[in-house]
Design a protein around this ligand. Structure first.
Ligand code: F6P
Length: 553
């Protein structure tokens, strides 16, 4: 039975209708409601407080959403995920990215294989390799230390690692550990990205990590060949073995490319690309740059949220609450987009990563049995750190469309700073905005309030803020490797919760295939026309005309 046919779905639709006349301006004044709509991850290493009292909802809504979760057997899906059942039905794969962060002394056997042992074997190899390289025991072809790393990969083989690298770059301990080293990412097949990634690097001091789950992705393979040519030109063919390593599930293709299998770090088909940052995909480049210890803390933070996710009752379970309110906003209140607004510049790559995690996972049109959904699944995710976003798209959030938002803030900065004579520290200034914006969105400003302030009548409509715009507030202690791992897992699991409720396969991505096939046809045409002067054929009139214009000499 589709979830839309369940009494719980109908009850939520009716409930949404009943709430229509309410306003967050009033709801937020109810102290009992505010208290009820909070939840905290009690973790000595990194508590996380969620305040969802600015959702356009009441505690009754939470109860009805929990009924919906029960109807969708969310608990059953979580258990199946934890056990390693093949939840990715269209690819017949388990969904076990959480196993990548299990401690070595915990057991998880799937299809008779001890996958925790497998994970920790790779982690040990990475530790050995990265320690040797960082200590100068493993040198480049000319005997120079390998101080710089270029990680080549795209999508899930890039966005997560870059998000983590940027999050840790300004953490003082991580910055110290990375002193004298550079980590660059090369993702886009645009040759401009090659120039940017290699800018100022010396091939003799550079290690190239080719990251690709399939090792067939066109962009990554062309970039890998391009950077290999850069290495060979400077150091000769024999240097490739010392300067190129790989992360992949396709170790045969790695070898065929010319990378020594001894320098290949594996992972498994039960790790989806966009969920792979905790595998060698992220762990290798991050350990090379920051050392292994911070990466272990990052994995520990993610694991802490996994444990919370799989064990804490739904009403206090942060990823579940985030997911349920995602479903509420999208499916019952009709908001198609949502914003991710970290008040922390180091999280400037969080939104791009979560865009892939969420939109590639839940941007689906059919349910697990292939039947068309009777509703639009998935949200349009976007975001930018505050306060930058305030001077960009917040205008639309305040007076244009309603876009539910997540505000993420920290009690302490990675870089505390207070100038003499300033009334507040720089971080407090940032956080003043963090606390103000959710209320501006929720409460707004009425015409009467504008008039009371003496706003000229003609301007009143322009200065009214309708309010009633929902948001979550997430308050963490401080951004460090551990809390970075927590945030990652929190948002990964939010996506899973929504997918489980909607009854879709959140772990496949067939929607990216068609464009790749068409690009192959275009590539063939470009080659045939440029190399042999062939006529353009097989395209519609619009594309034919565009290609003609592009290929004209
Ligand atoms: O764009 C689709 C996709 O398959 C993503 O899901 C994946 O993260 C990315 O391409 C890169 O794939 P690979 O790691 O195999 O190169």
């Amino acid at each position: 039975m589709p979830i839309t046919a369940s009494p719980a779905w109908t009850a939520l639709q009716q409930h949404a209708d009943r709430l229509r006349g309410l306003h967050l301006r009033d709801l937020i004044q109810d102290a009992a409601r505010c208290k009820a709509m909070t939840a905290t991850v009690k973790d000595e290493d990194g508590p996380i407080h969620l305040d969802y009292s600015r959702q356009f909802a009441t505690p009754e809504t939470t109860g009805l959403l929990i009924d919906l979760a029960r109807s969708a057997d969310l608990a059953g899906s979580l258990e199946a995920m934890a056990r390693g059942e093949r939840l990715n039905r269209t690819e017949n794969r388990s969904v076990l990215h959480h196993a990548l962060r299990l401690p070595a002394d915990e057991a998880l056997t799937v299809d008779g294989v001890d996958i925790v042992a497998q994970v920790h074997d790779v982690l040990k190899n990475i530790k050995r390799f990265s320690d040797a390289l960082r200590k100068g025991k493993r040198l480049g072809a000319t005997g120079e230390p390998l101080t710089d790393v270029v990680a080549i990969g795209i999508g899930g083989s890039y966005l997560g690692p870059e998000f983590v690298a940027e999050s840790l770059r300004t953490d003082p301990a991580c910055a110290k550990a990375a002193a004298g080293r550079r980590l660059r990412f090369l993702a886009n097949v645009d040759p401009i990205d090659v120039t940017r990634a290699l800018d100022g690097l010396d091939p003799a001091r550079t290690l190239v990590v080719v990251v690709s789950k399939t090792f067939t992705t066109a962009e990554t393979m062309l970039n890998a060949r391009t950077v290999r040519a850069w290495l060979v030109k400077a150091l000769g063919k024999a240097a490739v073995a010392q300067h190129m390593v790989a992360v992949s599930t396709n170790l045969e293709a790695v070898e065929a490319f010319g990378i020594d299998p001894a320098n290949a770090f594996g992972f498994w088909d039960w790790v989806g690309g966009r969920y792979s940052v905790c595998s060698a995909v992220g762990v290798l480049p991050l350990a090379l740059h920051f050392g292994f210890a911070p990466v272990q803390r990052f994995l520990a933070g993610a694991h802490a949220i996994d444990r919370h996710f799989f064990t804490v009752p739904v009403e206090k379970n942060l990823p579940v609450l985030l997911g349920l309110y995602g479903v509420w906003n999208s499916s019952f209140l009709g908001h198609p987009a949502r914003a991710l607004l970290p008040y922390c510049q180091a999280l400037h790559k969080l939104a791009p990563h979560i865009q892939q995690v969420d939109m590639e996972s839940n941007g689906k049109r059919v349910d697990l049995d292939g039947a068309e959904l009777g509703f639009a699944a998935g949200e349009i995710d976007f975001g930018e750190p505050g306060t930058n976003g305030q001077h960009s798209f917040y205008q639309l959030l305040h007076q244009g469309r309603v876009v539910p938002a997540d505000f993420i803030g920290f009690r302490r900065s990675q870089q505390p700073l207070q100038l003499k004579g300033e009334s507040v520290a720089n971080h407090d200034e940032l956080m003043a905005n963090f606390f103000a914006q959710p209320d501006a969105l929720a409460v707004g400003k009425t015409a009467a309030e504008c008039r009371a302030e003496g706003v000229p009548e003609a301007l009143v409509p322009h200065k009214v803020f309708p309010g009633n715009r929902p948001s979550n507030v997430l308050l963490l202690e401080r951004l460090d490797p551990y809390s970075c791992g927590q945030l990652l897992a929190l948002y990964e699991h939010r996506t899973a919760v929504q997918g489980f409720i909607w009854g879709i396969d959140s772990f496949d991505q067939w929607g990216v295939e068609l464009g790749k096939v068409l690009a192959k046809q275009v590539r063939g045409q470009i080659a045939a026309t440029r190399n042999d002067g062939d006529r353009i054929k097989g395209f519609n009139p619009s594309t034919s005309a565009l290609l003609k214009r592009y290929l004209e000499t």
